[in-house]
Design a protein around this ligand. Sequence first.
Ligand code: ARG
Ligand code: ZN
Length: 884
Amino acid sequence: PLIRREDYAAPAFWIKTVDLTFDLDPAKTLVINKMTVAPNPALPGAPLRLDGEDINLTRVLVDGEPVSFRTEGGQLVLENLPQQPFNLEIRSTCAPEKNTQLSGLYTSSGGFFTQCEALGFRRITYFLDRPDVMATYKVTLKADQRKYPVLLSNGNLVEEGKLDGGKHFAVWEDPHPKPCYLFALVAADLVRREQRIRTRAGRDHLLQIYVRAGDLDKTEHAMNSLIASIAWDEARFGLSLDLERFMVVAVSDFNMGAMENKGLNIFNTKFVLANPATATDVDFGNVESVVAHEYFHNWTGNRVTCRDWFQLSLKEGLTVFRDQQFSQDMAGSPSARAVKRIEDVRTLRQLQFPEDAGPMAHPVRPDSYLAIDNFYTATVYEKGAEVVRMMHTLVGDEGFAQGMALYFERHDGQAVTCDDFAQAIADANPDSELAKRLDAFKRWYAQAGTPRVKVDGVYDAANQIYTLTLSQSCVATPGQPVKAPVVIPVAMGLVAPDGRQLNLHFEGQLASVGHNTVLVLSEPEQAFTFVHVPVEPVPSLLRGFSAPVVLEAELSDDALFTLLSHDQDPFNRWEAAQKLSLRRLLAAVAGSGHVELDARFVEALRGVLRHPELDAAFKELVLTLPSEAYVAEQLDLVDPQRIHAAREGMRLQFAHALHEDWAWAYEQHHELGGYSPDPVSTGRRALANLALGMLVLDGSVRHNPVWTGKALQRFQDANNMTDRLGALSALVNAHAEQAEQALAHFHQQFRGEALVIDKWFSLQALAPEKDGKVFARAKALMLHPDFTLRTPNRARSLLMALCQSNPAAFHRTDAAGYVFWADRVIEIDGINPQLAARLARAMDHWRRLAEPYRTAAREALSRVAARTELSDDVREIVTRALQD
Ligand code: ARG
Ligand code: ZN
């Protein structure tokens, strides 16, 4: 059934304490759940309805006496209960080895693991499975000692010992009341890296990272990231670790990235394991930010949690904002910070903007859902983080820290709403633009869709006045035909054509505000007037991407070239290059299909590539063309093959026109020194790999084998995964002959490293399509002995790569891609609905497709939707997609 936000009601009972005993067995695990339950005096006499799913109930005792009960719609219903607090005991069994959904208690590589967010706890025992019910937990684990030497749960270890029959046990107590989605247990054969630390607050803590025996040499980076996160949260927000022991466990079968269970974070191996031989620079960066993200949840999510799942962004948006700030601080230099910001915005535009423009568009705080797992989205996470970032911009760094302090002062230990958070930030800053316009600002939580900001700049030379008129609008989204204006902070400056940053003087104000200011657009249309403007300026708007909007500034090429070479804001320099590329790509897609690159543009990019001061990482971002998805996003009618052809044509021209410059860049940056994942080295490797890709591409078109040879050599010599994979991609992406041999060698070399084999699958599924070969190969890879749909990482490495990230291989005129997609969605839905629903979203944008794609896509969607046996997860995605 559809769940609605407006139907929220407090529960009729509270669960105060939970005492759980697990007798762990893969086929049949016995769970004894002893709770103390207190009736909510506001709702006297109501029945107690406990959630349960896929578990076998064996008995129910109230204050030690068996009672009668009924089950209704999956719930266990108990009536005529005491009006005073009472003890409730429930016994049930479950089958972890049959749990292929990976929600609740499941097995992976022979060990036991749990995932309870959002609704997994009900798959372990009957419970009030909702985040506003918070209890303290005592957990006893019993299991075979040889097979499961490590027994973990939340909190502190209070007792352990031997039992009969080769079994042992451990008892854990978590002193902090928590919602059940933060419960976790692990029973497995693992090894650990551990470190003791003393924090600023002067307390000692034990940090542990548990992995499989072969993976210990991949845990140093995660440990360093954890220590840095702990220090950062103390220094930046005064938030200290509140546990004696903090554990991280890696598991290879996991639906998402990681999970912030109190004191016992469980991670997808992909986001915890990293060493130079097996992980790329991108992996190192991801490990750092995901470790930080989960750690930061200890306060934003665990100490203060969500009242209901509609408030998910309360913890996720805020925690993504925090991990983004942390990664920027770790990057250090202003330019490395800017690089991180550009990457974050690129992700937002690639994932969230399309989501906001499609059938799954939803507000940061959704109004309804069928399956909450479908709402762990780019909108809730990334757009939610942008909303927090805008608050930060409106109240300043200091004001934001005070707002956070007030938030914890008011709500520590509570389950609250997005409104409570915004209110605390505003109340701590009563004179801010946020406080003045809080209601209008909060529309960011309520309205779906990406606002558009139109810009009109008029220069009055005689009076040296420049007037900027900004207007906002937002198109209708499903269920929201009309939108009200939101509050949009527009960070900006004015740049003279010769590149000077102009001083900004507002009309009627005496002093200049400097080179940078923030305009607050809150009306449908507003004009801002600057005086003493000596020349007609180029406006540099939305610096640092100060709001998640589409800016329609219609700047001339001249103006964009000025920003590209001179703007003080690195984000807008990058943005100017993206706009120049996009303009040319869109013209080609609309016209002849072919891009004819103009000398001026080529010169400008050569200037960036050869620039003596710019960082390599920044150069790499500027010289990477907008993705096919981002180009598609700009169009009302999408022909994926046309976009691919135009972009590939442009890439080839760049490869050729800048050949000498790419060779120079490669020679300057490719050195194989010792490996370090710092931003400078990472940037150098990224630029060298981009250059190598371009050189091999150009060489393969012109039948010049020199660079193919160099790439093969580098592939063999590389002392780290970033360079090895970079060289391999250069060969594979250029469809070089040597690619086959290199791929085979790579597989042989890394056949024992699951995360590297995932890369091997992805790389092949992501290659630029050529005569249908990439699609054919991806299909054939389904039959490879290493392939399985049961491990989400492996399934995604092939299927998401093909269906979501390689439009030209997927969208075929013969519809074979869509047929393949529908078959896989149906097949995976029988195994793991959450994973199937993610894959289902590859078809979100079918309505904007040109023919023949559109009709074929609708047929494939309808075929899935017509199935009678379909999970709520997949049903929600396909029915939304097909809804008018
Ligand atoms: N709270 C986790 C995180 O973002 C994500 C868990 C998502 N789980 C799910 N089944 N959707 O850190
Ligand atoms: Zn999170």
